[in-house]
Design a protein around this ligand. Structure first.
Ligand code: PLP
Length: 872
């Protein structure tokens, strides 16, 4: 066929049409074939928009006869192209120079030609082989003309045919036109391609050609050349068909659910395969972008479907993706009943014969009855599902789309699937029956949101501890586990450290004192202030959350302003402010996040009064200038513990901007304080805040918190001895047990021990590096997509192919199901890993302990591979 096209070059576009038809005619024709050819000829004569429509139709083997699909498929990559001379002129116009000045070789015969552009192979002077995508001359103008003509036609139909008026065709056409117009603009396409490239850069089986940015113009896009077997010849790929089709589906779902930016047109002309079964995606002319809220909507809808919760699924679908007409509001329960019926029919009764087309057709029919329709964006998502799943079905007619989709939504959910849960239940019933018994007993009297009933990553198989000592815990069934939770942070020296235990025992013997002066509180304050170069004074309290509350109140009082700037993904305790945009749910553009409540019950004013920034995004700090007049303070974890990353350049700039704007900078070192170093991250980084919040380690295992910092700020809580002045100009800090004698005694013992044993820190750092490297090696050997970040005794582990970047993006690539399952596999091998994606080591862990952890990790990965927790 390409041979025909080469000859066609001399004939221009219309000559090409004749050649194409000639080529097709050679195949032997029936009446269907002839009809398809007439349509093909019509589409080709009418120009790029029509060719596009034909391309989409060619993916619909479920709707069109095979002969039509075959005929229209030529539009996917074999539409007519420009003659050779014209091509050269067009390229040189874009380069502003002779072709040879940029390319040492250039093949004038395109390797592909579709509705808008043609693609040539060339070589750059540095030896790189590239693909040059060139918009065909006159296409932008033709595109515009066709769109205008079609818009007029659509408006006429809208006016002249009353029954279709409620479809609001002109508006929908305008939406379509908005999608199609940028197709002839290669700068737009290059931008999308670069983003999708970045998302898949480290993916095990997806390849996106890298853009050569200096060779991108409105009409030309130069990119890395990638060879592959064209999608339409997928049957010749020497890789199991079923896995290939599953991979294709997985790629599309990853883009939609996880990345939020998706190839908008995954038909066979835009997909290639390598012999190793890699999926190469090309042509980013149409992309679909989903907001954080839409991604959330899509995942939550499918999740409800996978749990067969049809009412919830209907509600989620309607809320996120339907523009409801009046009849839907008026007859909501009838609508719900019809939708529930459709969901049940498709997701439950006919799952082994899942048909995306049939599902969307049924939903559309119901929506029409209620004068309602999909949101514009969901219309695009529907198209992606249809063409992607249509193609996957062509590759493997037996593909179980729904079961693959289910795996996918399960993977996103932070819960184990029912099957896995049942297996663990059986295994742990043998291994730790007493713990499971206690778990069940707790159900009737206790809600333990901090461990058993955790809001996110709840613990299905909790260990109940009989004894804890050093780096280990023992349960009631004789199991001993190496503990990597460290009680979420306090136990840096290990459990029951003799220095702390003896101090506590002596403290108890002296009587528990609170709310009356004692020496330990002064000594602890002195020790804390001494450890931080930028701190003058301390206020003691009972937890990290309280320390944050005090710090915020102090800053609000000091600045007489209420808004708070915080960072996406940074958790600052369980109070309203600390949880805004802190985890799991995000909103708004990646560079301009919108604040979102962390939990039901949050005061909306707190959310509205939050400016959310991105750690590491220096450009984003301009927003501090924009909001300077409203802000009480900026708060962040200088080394975010959920991802364990330290960006010194960013922190330096943040410090500079806060000083310039005179906005107090608050470091939350509740986790990192006395863990990352004696003092905290600020000592390591030599970047100092105005206030620091502490907790965890400084209580030696008892409830404790502190806010320390500059005198002018801390003294906001100090009485002026004039109650009238205090009421107007001071902030209140209290707490019955704040600074109680026992906590201070335990904290003193812990911090003193750390101060007198400075060798602990380099040892922890070395042990961290050793364990991290052993774990990374285990991952490498198994070619798994897993990111392990670790430093200063803190670890973050994500089963994700995505490299470091924004917190939301790291989370969005994560295989949560594998993360939570890992905790249980490790538990079977005598390692207690919390179900979260982070863990800690302590000074009590020996090298042997760490090697045992690494070994358990290897065994767990092998079992997880065997149990198919990873798509391969
Ligand atoms: N800040 C950070 C960074 C934390 O990780 C936590 C708790 O994990 C807190 C604050 C709140 O501390 P607490 O749980 O002691 O209230």
């Amino acid at each position: 066929m390409l041979g025909h096209l080469t000859k066609a070059a001399g004939y221009g576009l219309l000559g090409g049409v004749e050649y194409l038809l000639g080529a097709i005619r050679g195949r032997g024709r029936g009446p269907e074939q002839r009809r398809a050819e007439v349509v093909l000829a019509f589409l080709l004569r009418m120009g790029p928009i029509y060719i596009k429509i034909g391309q989409i139709a060619a993916t619909r083997s479920d709707l069109l006869p095979e002969s039509w699909v075959q005929t229209l498929r030529v539009l996917q990559d074999q539409a007519p192209h420009m003659p050779v001379d014209q091509t050269r002129r067009a390229i040189e116009r874009e380069l502003g120079a002779a072709l040879e000045a940029t390319f040492v070789s250039f093949d004038p015969t395109p390797i592909a030609s579709a509705s808008v552009a043609q693609v040539h192979v060339a070589e750059l002077s540095d030896g790189r082989k590239v693909a040059v995508k060139l918009v065909k001359d006159a296409v932008p103008e033709q595109l515009e003309q066709s769109l205008r003509a079609l818009a007029t036609l659509v408006r006429l139909v809208h006016l002249a045919v009353p029954p279709v008026r409620n479809l609001n065709l002109p508006k929908r056409f305008e939406e379509l036109a908005r999608l199609l117009r940028p197709q002839a603009d290669m700068t737009h396409e290059a931008d999308r391609q670069q983003r999708i490239y970045a998302n898949f850069r480290a993916h095990p089986f997806v390849k996106v050609p890298a853009v050569v940015p200096e060779l991108v113009t409105r009409r030309m896009l130069v990119m890395e050349y990638m060879d592959g077997i064209p999608g339409k010849h997928a049957d010749t790929v020497p890789f199991p068909r079923a896995r290939l089709a599953q991979r294709l589906q997985d790629v599309i779902y990853t883009m939609l659910y996880m990345h939020g930016i998706c190839h908008g047109d995954p038909h066979p002309g835009n997909v290639m395969f390598t012999e190793a079964g890699e999926v190469v995606l090309v042509d980013y002319g149409v992309t679909v972008e989903l907001s954080e809220d839409e991604k959330w909507g899509l995942s939550s809808f499918y999740y409800a479907c996978s749990r067969k919760e049809w009412e919830i699924a209907t509600d989620r679908f309607t809320r996120h993706f339907v523009i409801a007409g009046k009849p839907l509001h008026q007859r909501r329960s009838a609508y719900d009943a019809q939708m529930i019926e459709i969901l049940r029919h498709h997701f439950d009764l006919s799952t082994n014969r899942w048909s995306t087309v049939a599902f969307f057709n049924d939903v559309n029919a119901v929506l029409r009855q209620y004068d309602s329709r999909y949101t514009t964006n969901f219309t695009k998502v529907e198209l992606v599902f249809l063409s992607g799943e249509g193609f996957a079905t062509q590759i493997d007619p037996d593909i179980d789309i729904w079961s693959n989709a289910r795996n996918f939504t399960d993977r996103y959910s932070p819960y184990v699937s029912t099957e896995v849960a049942q297996r663990f239940e059986a295994e742990f019933t043998l291994q730790m029956p007493t713990s499971l018994g206690l778990r069940d007993r707790a159900r009737s009297s206790l809600v333990a949101p901090t461990h058993i009933d955790r809001y996110f990553f709840p613990s299905g198989f909790p260990v109940f501890v009989k004894e804890a000592a050093g780096g280990s815990i023992k349960d009631f069934d004789g199991n001993e586990y190496i503990d990597l939770s460290g009680g979420y942070g306090p136990h840096l020296l290990g459990y029951a450290h003799p220095a702390i235990t003896s101090a506590i025992t002596a403290g108890v013997d002296r009587g528990l004192v609170n709310g009356i002066g004692h020496v330990a509180e002064i000594e602890l304050a002195e020790l804390l202030v001494d450890a931080f170069p930028a701190a003058d004074k301390a206020i003691l309290c009972n937890s990290g959350t309280e320390a944050i509350l005090f710090a915020l109140r102090i800053c609000r009082g000091y600045r007489r302003r209420t808004a708070v700037a915080k960072f996406e993904g940074h958790y600052h305790g369980f109070a309203d402010q600390g949880m805004v945009s802190s985890w799991f749910r995000f909103s708004g553009d990646r560079h301009h996040p919108e604040p979102v409540a962390g939990t039901l019950g949050t005061d909306p004013a707190t959310v509205a009064g939050t400016v959310v920034l991105q750690y590491g995004d220096i450009g984003g700090l301009d927003r501090l200038r924009a909001h300077a007049d409203e802000l009480a303070c900026v708060i962040l974890e200088p080394m975010p513990t959920s991802v364990v990353a330290l960006d010194l350049e960013f922190l330096t700039e943040l410090r500079r901007v806060c000083t310039e704007l005179d906005i107090p900078l608050v470091f939350d070192e509740v986790v990192s304080g006395f863990r990352a170093a004696y003092g905290g991250v600020q000592v390591l980084a030599d970047i100092h805040p105005d206030l620091t919040c502490l907790g965890k380690v400084i209580g030696g295992g008892l409830p404790c918190g502190a806010v320390i910092g500059k005198q002018a700020l801390i003294d906001m809580a100090k009485s002026s001895q004039d109650p009238f002045n205090d009421y107007e100009n001071k902030v209140f800090a209290g707490g019955t047990l704040s600074g109680n004698s026992l906590t201070c005694t335990a904290g003193l013992a812990a911090v003193r021990h750390l101060g007198t044993h400075p060798e602990i820190y380099p040892m922890l750092d070395a042990n961290t590096a050793r364990l991290a490297e052993a774990m990374r090696e285990a991952v490498r050997q198994r070619e798994l997509a897993c990111r392990i970040n670790a430093r200063n005794s803190m670890f973050s582990l994500n089963f994700s192919h995505r490299e470091a970047g924004l917190y939301r993006e790291r989370m969005a690539g994560s295989n949560f199901k594998a993360t939570i399952a890992l905790a249980y596999y490790m538990r079977k091998h005598q390692v207690y890993l919390p179900e979260l994606h982070g863990f800690l080591i302590s000074a009590a862990h020996s090298i042997e302990d760490l090697d045992q952890v690494a070994h358990a990790f290897e065994k767990s990965l092998d079992e997880m591979l065997a149990d198919q927790l990873f798509v391969t």
